[in-house]
Design a protein around this ligand. Structure first.
Ligand SMILES: C[S@@+](CC[C@H](N)C(=O)[O-])C[C@H]1O[C@@H](n2cnc3c(N)ncnc32)[C@H](O)[C@@H]1O
Length: 404
């Protein structure tokens, strides 16, 4: 029995390595369009592997398909601007289950290329077939960077936004596809994106967050320290203070939180704007140090700031030369209600209190993590006013990683 299990395990490993190497050496598909995996194989790259492993499940795709705010925005952007799609060639980057491609075809596109890396492409094909649209929508399974088309496209559509807009770094994929395949006068759907920073009052959330994660980390340490002494004759107490410090940093990680609109205090500020027809890969790297001023209404004073929150909007406006007849906006502001992006919230170690000053001034920066280019770190330094012995706060957090 034992040998049978070892044999089966050996066969399984052999199978996995054959599958992996055949994926690597696969050649570009022929026909009007195709993609080859040989160059960029994102599945072999760990941050991408983490990303794609989520998107391959129908569960994850359905979470997006059930987000009415997202669905309504994309549906309206396409269906209220049908004349823009009529007889056009469209590229859907990261097609998932095929919904945007289906809508583009229903709006009158003459050809839609739907590129999707994961096996979700097979489901997308079924959805397209079920709607009798396979003569218009061509689903191409592969990495968008390796796409081979025989023609340029009039419209590039994609739902690429991650937490606080940039997490996942799918914007890079979209910009590369734009530069390769969009006609010079072509249209991006969406056309603009804006990142917002807001101050949050939520002392309950701050306390809960601090206690939960920090206490849990420390309880684990106590357990570990006791056991390593008892079973392995090693004393790790000397590292406890360092572990404690490290855990305090972890407990202020930027997280997925669905805020209520009452949690936002002061006027949120824009920290970055993207014109998706013109922005570059350099822009997608993050936000360089950017000064900001959050202004509070006199009625809000005295105010307590428990956390910072980040969210975004995207707009479907077209270009100056070809404005859309009916512009549409998708907003992830807390006043929109529940949605799958929610807000990215980072609770402060110590709340900031302010009785009299109407402005919080500061500098915001967002940079790509060197160890995982799909994730970002945020640094915010701020103070209430520049007078009367200002209280300076320096706050750094990483945007929730894929496994958290
Ligand atoms: C946020 S989902 C959107 C899915 C679908 N367009 C929708 O709106 O429901 C992004 C999709 O892009 C795919 N994707 C991400 N990077 C890709 C790449 N480099 N090449 C091809 N597909 C990619 C993911 O697998 C995922 O299915």
């Amino acid at each position: 029995m034992k040998y049978l299990s070892i044999f089966l395990l050996f066969i399984a490993i052999l199978h996995v390595s054959i599958v992996a190497s055949s994926t690597e050496s696969e050649t570009c598909s022929s026909g009007t369009a195709g993609a080859c995996n040989s160059k960029t194989s994102p599945i072999l790259d760990s941050p991408s592997e983490q990303l794609f492993s989520g998107y391959v499940t129908l569960y994850e795709q359905v979470q997006m398909l059930r987000d009415n705010i997202r669905m309504k925005a994309y549906y309206s952007a396409i269906m209220l601007n049908k004349e823009v799609f009529r007889d056009k060639v469209v590229l859907d980057v990261g097609a998932g289950s095929g919904i945007l491609s289906l809508w583009a075809a229903q709006a009158g596109a003459k050809k839609v290329y739907a590129v999707e890396f994961t096996d979700m492409a097979k489901h997308a094909r079924k959805v397209i077939d079920a709607h009798g649209m396979s003569n218009i929508v061509e689903v191409i399974q592969g990495e968008a960077a390796d796409l081979k088309l025989t023609e340029k496209v009039d419209i590039l559509i994609s739902e690429w936004m991650g937490m606080f807009l940039l997490r996942e770094s799918m914007l890079d994929v979209v910009l590369k596809a734009r530069d390769m395949w969009l006609k010079p006068e072509g249209l991006m759907f969406p056309s603009h994106a804006t990142m917002y920073l807001g101050a949050v009052i939520d002392e309950e959330g701050r306390e809960e967050n601090k206690q939960n994660s920090f206490d849990a980390y420390m309880e684990e340490w106590e357990d570990f320290e006791k056991n390593i002494k008892k079973f392995y004759n090693a004393d790790y107490e000397v590292l406890k203070a360092a572990y404690e410090e490290e855990s305090r940093v972890f407990s202020v990680t930027g997280q997925w939180v669905q805020l209520e609109k009452e949690h936002i205090v002061g006027k949120p500020v824009i920290v970055k704007e993207f014109d998706l027809h013109k922005c570059t890969l350099e822009d997608a790297k993050g936000v360089p140090p950017t000064p900001f001023e959050i202004v509070f209404d006199a009625k809000e004073l005295p105010v307590t700031v428990s956390a910072y929150a980040g969210w975004f909007t995207v707009d479907f406006n077209g270009t100056d030369a070809t404005p859309l007849p009916n512009p549409v906006q998708l907003s992830t502001h807390p006043d929109q209600g529940p949605q799958h992006w929610a807000q990215t919230v980072s609770y402060l170690k110590e709340a900031l209190h302010n009785a009299i000053q109407k402005k919080m001034i500061g500098v915001f920066e967002m940079i790509r993590q060197p160890q995982n280019w799909r994730l970002y770190d945020v640094k915010i330094s701020s103070q209430f006013g520049a007078w009367e012995s200002p209280k300076v706060s320096n706050h750094t957090f990483s945007i929730k990683s894929f496994s958290q």
